[in-house]
Design a protein around this ligand. Structure first.
Ligand SMILES: [Zn+2]
Length: 107
């Protein structure tokens, strides 16, 4: 009683991050530019530049501003890139249509 029991209070909210490196070091970290809970910035160490490929992991982590909550580190959507990829795929598809399976085992 008295406590809000919304579903969203327990559901981890997505937190969009950008990958940053610390000048002068090999440390890289995820920067949450706008926390879904406090609207502030939070940093999460992602690893070292030497092994970013294996260390950079996104996912659910405890929110530094509220230890009872978690959020899900996610890369921000990039509509421009997605759009470009789609049109490229379309072009490829049309090219394929223009070039009917010529020479598919024909003598
Ligand atoms: Zn926060």
């Amino acid at each position: 009683m008295g406590k809000k029991a919304r579903l969203s209070d327990r559901t981890p909210q997505p937190a969009f991050v950008t990958l940053r490196d610390l000048p002068g070091t090999r440390v890289v970290f995820w920067m949450v530019s706008e926390c879904p809970y406090c609207a502030g910035q939070h940093l999460h160490v992602a690893g070292n530049l030497r092994n970013t490929e294996t260390e950079v992991v996104l996912g659910e982590v405890p929110a530094p501003c509220d230890m009872e909550r978690t959020y899900v580190l996610s890369l921000p959507p990039r509509p421009k890139k997605k759009k470009g990829r789609r049109s490229e795929r379309r072009e490829r598809h049309e090219a394929w249509l223009d070039d009917p399976a010529d020479g598919w085992g024909e003598d």
